[in-house]
Design a protein around this ligand. Sequence first.
Ligand code: AN7
Length: 359
Amino acid sequence: MAEVSRLWRGVIEEYRAWLPVSPTMPVVTLGEGGTPLVASAWLSEATGCEVWVKVEGDNPTGSFKDRGMTMAVSRAADAGVKVVICASTGNTSASAAAYAVRAGLVPVVLVPEGRIAQGKLAQAIVHRARLVQVKGNFDDCLKLARGLCEQYSAVLVNSANPDGYRLAGQKTAAFEIVDVLGDAPDIHVLPVGNAGNITAYWAGYQEYAKAGRAQRRPRMWGFQAAGAAPIVSGAPVEHPETVATAIRVGNPARWGDAVAARDESGGRIDAVPDEAILAAQAGLAARDGVFVEPASAVGVAGLLRVAEAGELDRGQTVVITVTGHGLKDVATPLEVAGDVGAIVVPPEPDAAARALDLD
Ligand code: AN7
């Protein structure tokens, strides 16, 4: 008998009981969530732990933002809103654009001029968002977006939005991890930019533990890029700078919540330099076959550094969220790789085999 497979219905339908949604709310979905949890042989060997990567680049628009955006845009559609606005380092804008047009809403996206990856820019353009390049950084964009939403009829779909809808959607990633592993990991590692995601995961793990779905709560380990590490230094960074443009944030909206997640879980938030981020990105692609964007490799870089410092006990279960797809930004890894000396051959088997050293 043929096996019957079931279509994954997106995070709202899959986790409806755990989300603040009304039965009548229209569901705007692209089938987000249900992303792979992939065992990392490379990182497990390097750390002596059981390391998994949660591959969020496999979401419909290529990042974890889709989990929150299905909630925010469904809610906006339900409320009869016409225009949604977000500030973004690129992934939120890509996601907002796709979900908004699907719901017949107008997406307005504010991005720092010249500072978002090409793939993300392309997404805003093809989904026909009203794309606004702001002369400033992400923090300036967010301030502008908030101001527009206060004074004009438009709704903010950033995770800074006080209604918490975005983060409620994002916490479903923690549910999926527990549902697959049977319990929470000992340690959950992820990159920190505006600090929405670490806040959402911690909420998700706590909720599942309280409901008896998980026996334990993980320690939350967040990592920032060294040039944009306000939570680590304890003060806003006026001119944040990092190759990981997605997390080039100097004054995170969820700063306090991220510190609470760290402290309540007995975790840590540390910084990693750009070279370590790029090395982690390259290693994950070359060793595990997982291609992520630079910001998404920050957790991998962080875990390796902690392990090298002798501060990671062996034998633990570790999950690292890799937040966005590598194809979002191909310029950065190609520049790192430099001239790889591609083999050029005529279309003849013998010549090709010689050039490849085949036996
Ligand atoms: C790939 O798209 O803030 O700490 O405007 O795109 O929840 O902000 C993106 C953030 C990590 C950081 N990895 O998450 C935006 C935006 C990737 C990201 C983060 C982002 P938060």
